[in-house]
Design a protein around this ligand. Structure first.
Ligand code: PMP
Length: 285
């Protein structure tokens, strides 16, 4: 069935949803996006995703041509138009069409696009058995070069690392920052459990501050699990009792092996299981 896409001011069939070949989103990856999820007909933390989209846009001097409430409605309308109650939403804002030069001031008509689809989760055994991942040689881009806190349309840094992971037979790969500290995975944030305490890298490690990450930190506090942001190295993951990743698409997913080193017992641990269950409850509240 052809999907229904929101483009700027209306819902159109998939085949009518087109952008210009001069759009700087296409030519330069100049634009921003969000990935959201709806559970039982409600979008999880819609306002937080919109705030992050607006922050990303502000950081690149891109003025989103619609107010937040209109974009919020567009997200819900697109899900409804595609009969999706449990779905994944990709919200994209491009710089708009311009000349072949870089100058963003010579572009016009930023495109606001909402795509809703069914969510393709990792297979169930990845959750029950845990992921094996590797460290990518590709470093996470330095904040001084391009802040990883901007969720921009230019994801080549992550894609280069993802390619390394895939070539090693892994669906995710760990990315370190320029100091050799743990940053995040290519599309997920990282947590470790050590002696009953939860640790995750701070935003200034060069990460996207994940909305799932922040929700899991809140759930940990509510469950009485000590949770802190801390600078981590691979050593902390190799020697952790548990490790898991968080992201809108993956939710909470255990990691049981990094670079061929078994983490903890080599099976998903109890704190990961507890937070996974709490997260599933939260998204359906
Ligand atoms: N890091 C990166 C690089 C990502 O692309 C994502 C997914 N958007 C995340 C972390 C997880 O963020 P969230 O929980 O907001 O989906």
């Amino acid at each position: 069935m052809p999907r229904i896409i929101f483009m700027n001011d209306r819902l159109v069939p998939e085949e009518e949803a087109r952008v210009s070949v001069f759009d700087h989103g296409l030519l330069y990856g100049d634009g921003v996006f969000e990935g959201l999820r709806s559970y039982a007909g409600r979008v999880f933390r819609l306002d937080t995703h919109l705030d992050r989209l607006w922050a990303s846009a502000r950081a690149i001097c891109l003025e989103i041509p619609l107010p937040k409430n209109v974009v919020a409605k567009a997200v819900n309308d697109t899900l409804a138009a595609n009969n999706l109650t449990d779905g994944y939403v990709r919200l994209v804002v491009t710089r708009g069409a311009g000349s072949l030069g870089l100058d963003p001031n010579r572009t016009h008509n930023p495109q606001v696009i909402v795509i809703a689809d069914t969510i393709s989760l990792y297979p169930a055994e990845f959750y029950s058995q845990g992921l094996k991942i590797v460290t990518a040689a590709t470093q996470r881009v330095q904040s001084a070069a391009l802040s990883p806190r901007i969720k921009s349309l230019n994801y080549l840094n992550n894609i280069m690392a993802k390619l390394e992971g895939l070539r090693a037979g892994c669906v995710e790969a760990l990315m370190l920052n320029h100091k050799g500290e743990v940053a995040e995975c290519t599309g997920d944030n990282v947590f470790v459990v050590r002696s009953g305490k939860l640790l995750t890298p701070p935003p200034d490690a060069g990460i996207l501050e994940g909305i799932t990450r922040n929700a899991v930190m809140e759930l940990a506090h509510a469950a009485g699990i000590d949770c802190h942001e801390a600078t981590l190295t691979r050593h902390d993951i190799y020697t952790a009792d548990e490790c898991f990743l968080t992201g809108t698409a993956a939710e909470v997913i255990p990691v049981v092996d990094l670079d061929g080193r078994t983490i903890g017992t080599g099976t998903p641990g109890p704190i990961t299981a507890r937070l996974t269950a709490d997260f599933h409850k939260l998204v359906r509240q």
